[in-house]
Design a binder for this molecule. Structure first.
Ligand code: GLP
Length: 261
C-alpha cells in the first residue's frame, strides 16, 4: 500500500486527480469506479476544474458507482445518482449512457445486482476505483461483518452509518433508507487500482485500523491490504494515528520522479 499524507484535502485531491488524468491519458476509454459522500467532493471539484481549464476529456470514460440506497429514485435529492449528477456528471463531458449507478428502485434487486456485475465485466473491469471509508471501516456500503469475497448485493445499513449519513437528509435519520445495493468487497478487490481518500480527525482511528491493523471482516477496508495497487490519500488529520506516519512521508519524499504520475 502506498500511503500519501498531504497537508490538506485539496492537495490529496490534486494528487488523486493526477492519477486519474494519467489513467485517462494512457487509456481514453478508461473505466472509473466512483464514490459518494463528503470525501470525494474535492476530487470531483478538481476534475471539473481540469475539464474547464485544461480541457481534460471525459468523452470516452465509462463509470460505475459503488452503491445506491434502495427505495430512492435517481431524481431524489439524497440518491447517489442525484449526488453524482450534481457533483460531477452535469459538469464534465461524460456520456450519460456511460455513467452507471445501481438502480435502487429495481423491482428485482438480486437481478439488478447480478446485471451490475455483468456490466462491469462486459467493459473489461474497473481500471481505477475511488473509495472513501466509513467511520466503522466500511468501503462502499460493505458494513463490518461483510464477506471479504462479497459481490454486488443488498446490504442492511448499520445504525452508525445511518447516523453518519443523516446529515445529507433534510428530515434526519428517519429518512435514511435501511437498505442499499453495494458492490462487494470482492468486486472492489478486482479493480486494477484503488484510491482511498480520508480526511479529518474523525477518520484517523479507522484509517490506522484499515491500513495497519489486522485484516478482518470487522474492518472491511482492511481487505485492501491484500490488493496489489492501492494508494491511500489522507490529510494530516486523518493520517495522524498511523504508526508508520513518518516512514510513509520518507517513502514519498524519496520516490523516484518517474514513479510520481
Ligand atoms: C457512505 C458511502 C461510502 C463513503 C462513506 C463515507 O456510506 N456509501 O462510499 O465512503 O459514506 O462518507 P463520507 O465521505 O461522507 O465520510
Amino acid at each position: 500500500m502506498e500511503v500519501i499524507i498531504s497537508p490538506t484535502p485539496e492537495e490529496s485531491a490534486r494528487l488523486g486527480a493526477d492519477i486519474i488524468a494519467y489513467a485517462m491519458k494512457i487509456k481514453p476509454n478508461v473505466v472509473l469506479g466512483l464514490a459518494t459522500g463528503g470525501t470525494p467532493v474535492c476530487l470531483y471539484d478538481e476534475l471539473i476544474r481540469r475539464r474547464r481549464d485544461e480541457q481534460l476529456d471525459f468523452a470516452g470514460v465509462t463509470s460505475f458507482n459503488l452503491d445506491e440506497y434502495i427505495g430512492l429514485p435517481g431524481d431524489h435529492p439524497c440518491s447517489y445518482r442525484h449526488f453524482m449528477q450534481e457533483h460531477l456528471f452535469n459538469k464534465i463531458n461524460m456520456k450519460p449512457e456511460r455513467t452507471h449507478v445501481p438502480d435502487g428502485m429495481a423491482v428485482n434487486i438480486d437481478q439488478e445486482c447480478l446485471a451490475y456485475e455483468h456490466k462491469i465485466h462486459a467493459v473489461g473491469g474497473i481500471d481505477v476505483q475511488v473509495l472513501g471509508i466509513g467511520t466503522d471501516g466500511h468501503i462502499a456500503f460493505n458494513e463490518p461483518g461483510s464477506s471479504l469475497g462479497s459481490r454486488t448485493r443488498i446490504k442492511t445499513l448499520t445504525q452508525k452509518t445511518r447516523e453518519d449519513n443523516a446529515r445529507f437528509f433534510e428530515g434526519g435519520i428517519d429518512e435514511v433508507p435501511r437498505h442499499c445495493i453495494t458492490m462487494g468487497v470482492g468486486t472492489i478487490m478486482e479493480c486494477r487500482k484503488l484510491l482511498l481518500f480520508a480526511f479529518g480527525e474523525g477518520k484517523a482511528e479507522i484509517i490506522a485500523k484499515a491500513v495497519e491493523g489486522p485484516m478482518t471482516a470487522m474492518v472491511p477496508a482492511s481487505a485492501l491490504q491484500m490488493h496489489q495497487d492501492v494508494v491511500i490519500l489522507v490529510d494530516e488529520a486523518a493520517g495522524s494515528k498511523l504508526k508508520l506516519h513518518d516512514y510513509y512521508n520518507h517513502i514519498y519524499a524519496n520516490k523516484p520522479a518517474w514513479q510520481k504520475s
